[in-house]
Design a protein around this ligand. Structure first.
Ligand code: C2E
Ligand code: SIN
Ligand code: SIN
Ligand code: FE
Ligand code: FE
Length: 369
């Protein structure tokens, strides 16, 4: 059995956690930190943050201590009661309370006794979730009114942090959607096959991972690479959708799509769009310096663009836009052997061949017919 914290210890604990929470942007880790803070503050066995999902009328938690990923209707149990009424709950034995939802204990094998539930509110005062503490680890085995007070304090702070994190996630999701749609628009106008954007995204991420970039950076590339041809939206239809080989003049116009894309994206402050701007500008540069628009060579070409170039050409050759027939796989692979160190970064071509099984699996997963 443990003892309650001294006020000094409590204060230093709060400082310690709030410093971490302020800098945490990842929702899962934020929820974990807030749960840990609540548990340590009031010496509970478990603490969980339940988040209200208004779309599905459910509450979910990812970090009930020792339990993962729980979901239940937003009016279920004591948590649901607190969320519906906006009232805090302090009880000594949940099993003596008919509102208690025993299902979770039944599925986890855990034995809940004492429980504290405090609603979490955003800046407008709307309930957006609940802070829940289960089982007190001191000899009394029950939570006190002091505990309620402390956890209420933590909840008022947690509610604001949570709201900010949820808004941030919503923003990011929205941005990803807009970006993806923009990429599809560019591809759609040039009548390229529908899944080109998705495949280029997945190939790029795969190569980025194999290259040793972090999961986060590989994900950045996955989102940014499909926009490589965004500049095509400014190319006249007569050229873009021409049913046949382009003349030299027409190809000169076509080549401007790289710089146009760069100028469309370069002024954004978003990290994803900054990456996309570089990719748009450099995805037709070649390792040996013979590409366009600037004849960059070798590592002068940004890694993201070197990766996207492989993804884009691999997919372009295997698809069938109006102007040409699709190539069969041996012919495509032959081109990558030949262009290793010419068009493409030799190291990335090696990684491409090493990953071929995975790449073909992606291709299978997003076929066009
Ligand atoms: P895209 O169709 O997305 O092709 C991307 C890149 O894949 C091409 O860049 C090229 O490096 C490679 N690629 C695609 N098809 C072939 C092919 O049949 N043979 C070879 N060796 N490589 C191929 P590139 O050449 O800079 O072309 C940029 C864009 O210009 C193409 O994007 C496409 O939209 C357009 N384009 C190029 N040539 C023609 C053409 O003859 N007719 C039409 N209508 N459009 C063309
Ligand atoms: C309840 O809120 O009644 C049960 C939730 C839980 O056991 O975590
Ligand atoms: C192209 O379609 O861009 C080039 C045609 C070819 O090299 O086969
Ligand atoms: Fe292009
Ligand atoms: Fe493309």
């Amino acid at each position: 059995m443990e003892t309650s914290l001294t006020p000094e210890k409590l204060l230093s604990l709060i400082f310690e956690y709030t410093a971490k929470i302020t800098h945490e942007r990842n929702l899962d880790r934020l929820l974990q930190l807030m749960a840990d803070m609540g548990r340590d503050m009031i010496v509970a066995d478990r603490c969980a943050l339940w988040v209200l999902d208004k779309n599905s009328d459910e509450v979910w938690t990812r970090v009930a201590h020792g339990v993962r990923h729980l979901r239940m209707p937003s009016d279920a149990g004591l948590v649901g009661h607190s969320i519906q009424t906006g009232e805090s709950i302090l009880i000594d034995d949940a099993y003596l309370d008919s509102r208690f939802n025993q299902e979770i204990d039944q599925s986890t094998g855990y034995r809940t006794k004492a429980m504290l539930v405090i609603p979490l509110r955003n800046n407008d005062g709307d309930v957006i979730g609940a802070y829940q503490a289960i089982n007190k680890c001191t000899p009394t085995e029950t939570f006190s009114h002091k505990d309620l007070e402390y956890l209420t304090l933590a909840a008022s702070y947690a509610g604001k942090s949570l709201e900010a994190a949820l808004l941030n996630i919503e923003m990011e999701e929205t941005q990803k959607e807009i970006i993806f749609t923009m990429g599809e628009m560019a591809e759609g106008r040039s009548k390229e096959t529908g899944n080109h954007v998705k495949r280029v995204a997945e190939y790029s991420k795969l190569l980025a991972c194999k290259y040793g970039l972090s999961e986060e950076e590989a994900e950045l590339l996955r989102i940014a690479s499909p926009m490589h041809d965004i500049g095509k939206i400014a190319i006249p239809d007569a050229i873009l959708t021409k049913n046949g080989k382009l003349t030299d003049e027409e190809f000169e116009v076509m080549k401007t799509h790289a710089d146009i894309g760069y100028h469309l994206l370069k002024n954004s402050n978003m990290r994803i769009l900054k990456a996309a701007a570089i990719i748009a500008q450099q995805h037709h540069e070649k390792w040996d310096g013979s590409g366009y628009p600037n004849g960059l060579r070798g590592e002068e070409i940004h890694l993201y663009a070197r990766i996207t170039a492989i993804a884009d050409v691999f997919d372009a050759l295997g698809s069938e836009p109006v102007y040409k027939k699709a190539w069969d796989l041996p012919r495509i692979l032959d081109l990558f052997h030949k262009e290793r160190g010419r068009h493409f970064d030799p190291d990335l071509v090696d990684l491409f061949f090493e990953s071929l099984e995975d790449i073909l699996r992606i291709r299978e997963g997003y076929t066009d017919c």
